[in-house]
Each structure stands twice: as structure tokens, then as C-alpha cells.
Design a protein around this ligand. Structure first.
Ligand code: PEP
Length: 253
């Protein structure tokens, strides 16, 4: 049995004050939901304030990125130890980072190793563009992203990874994949490549989220699928009622 994990990616939204009030508004509702790992991923400047608010709760905190080097002359970057001071999770290789900030499967791999070395749980994002989807290349793309992105990960640590399958055409578009289509990508490509890398048993233990226009209205469709273990949620994670309802739907799956 895999515990579902629902993570809210706030992206570049919320000042510290706004982050505080969003956490205040959703914290009680989230705390009442059991059997689901709940994670908030605010922007870097809000991590300290949000971590203070989450102390003593069962709600985890994640960053949206990290650098792989320990320290040094990397202006504007945030080192793994700095993330690990506040967070238990870190999103790696989000498609927006791949598209706008030059992240590659190789940098994803470096970041995954850095995160694991600091006992952070990486939420590793993979997914195909609309062009790749339409030309039937989804399997090839996600297999490549997983095998390069997770290369060299110690199989003993791999069970703790989280993978987020996020078809790029579904992110922020309101056009979610169908539950069946998303589950097929997980079952036919993602879990099999995880099994090739780490063995069948470990692949069965790794949580795989779906992400892409998940809302309270469609969450159940995803969570009722056998291979989908929760969601990475963008837009709806900024709305208290939506995010709490999504986490609640995961608790019933
Ligand atoms: C995301 O950015 O990870 C995401 C899934 O966004 P949205 O839910 O807004 O599509």
C-alpha cells in the first residue's frame, strides 16, 4: 500500500504575508485529513514563515527548486542544506524550469542526488509536450526523463522518491488528462522504467503523482486509478477550499 501524497506547488505566488494567511486558512482543514501526505511548496522567501506555522502539524514543507552544489559562487541559487533547514521535500525538474530556465535531464539528476544526500524527498517531474503527445512519443519521453534523471540513485534510497507525471499540455491549461490516460502512462512506462532501474519491488513502492489541472471536481477521477498515488497541484493549491478538497479526495482513495 502506497500512502497518497498531495503537494501544492504555489509557483511564484504569495508574499510572506499572503503565504501566512493562506496557510492559516487551510491548515485546520488539512490537519483533519488522515492517510495522505500533505505538502505545501511556497516560494523560497516564504519558507521560514510557513515552516514556523507548520511546526507540530502533519503538513510537510517543500521547496520548488534547489542547486546541486553545496555552496559557493552561484549567485541567485539556493543550496541543498539551505533547503533542508526548513523543508522535507523539494520539487525537481518542473516543466517550467525545464522550459524557461534551461534545466535538463542531467541537471535534474544532479539535483536529485543533492536532495537525497540531504535527506530531502525529491518530487521529480516528468511529462511530454503537446507535440510529443500528439505524435505518440509520450512513452519515449517519460522513459528518457526517468532513466537519465534518476541515473545512479542508490536503489536503497529509491523507494523514498516521488515522481510527478505532468503532461505539459495539461499544466495550467484547465485541460487535464483523463484518469485512464494518465494511469496508462504510469502503468505502461513510468513504473516499468523504475523497475528496470531499481527492481520491481522498489518500483511498486515509489509514489507517482499526476499533475496537470487537478481540481476538486476531477481529483477523484485520478485518485481512483490504481497507479496514481496523489497529485502535484498548481493553480488549485492557491485556493483553500480546492486544495483541502483535493487532499480529502486522496484520503478516500
Ligand atoms: C504544476 O504546475 O505542477 C501544475 C500541475 O499546475 P496546474 O495544477 O495549475 O495545472
Amino acid at each position: 500500500m502506497r500512502t497518497p501524497i498531495v503537494a501544492g506547488n504555489w509557483k511564484m505566488n504569495k508574499t510572506v504575508e499572503e503565504a501566512r494567511s493562506l496557510v492559516f486558512s487551510m491548515s485546520l482543514g488539512l490537519r483533519e485529513i488522515k492517510g495522505v501526505e500533505k505538502v505545501l511548496c511556497p516560494p523560497f522567501p516564504a519558507l521560514l514563515a510557513v515552516s514556523a506555522l507548520l511546526q507540530g502539524t502533519d503538513i510537510g514543507l517543500g521547496a520548488q527548486n534547489l542547486h546541486w552544489e553545496e555552496k559557493g559562487a552561484f549567485t541567485g541559487e539556493v543550496a541543498p542544506a539551505m533547503v533542508a533547514e526548513f523543508c522535507q521535500y523539494v520539487i525537481i525538474g518542473h516543466s517550467e524550469r525545464r522550459a524557461y530556465f534551461g534545466e535538463t535531464d542531467q541537471t535534474v539528476n544532479q539535483k536529485v542526488h543533492a536532495a537525497l544526500a540531504h535527506d530531502l524527498t525529491p518530487i521529480v517531474c516528468v511529462g511530454e509536450t503537446v507535440k510529443e503527445y500528439e505524435s505518440g512519443r509520450t512513452g519515449e519521453i517519460v522513459r528518457r526523463q526517468i532513466s537519465l534523471g534518476l541515473a545512479g540513485v542508490d536503489p536503497a534510497k529509491a523507494a523514498g522518491l516521488v515522481v510527478a507525471y505532468e503532461p505539459i499540455w495539461a499544466i495550467g491549461t484547465g485541460k487535464a488528462s483523463s484518469g485512464e490516460n494518465a494511469n496508462a502512462v504510469l502503468a505502461d512506462y513510468i513504473r516499468p522504467v523504475l523497475a528496470e532501474l531499481f527492481g520491481v519491488e522498489t518500483a511498486q513502492a515509489i509514489r507517482i503523482q499526476y499533475g496537470g489541472s487537478v481540481t476538486a471536481a476531477n481529483a477523484e477521477e485520478f485518485f481512483s486509478q490504481p497507479d496514481i498515488d496523489g497529485a502535484l497541484v498548481g493553480g488549485a493549491s492557491l485556493k483553500k477550499d480546492e486544495f483541502v478538497a483535493i487532499a480529502r479526495a486522496a484520503s478516500k482513495s
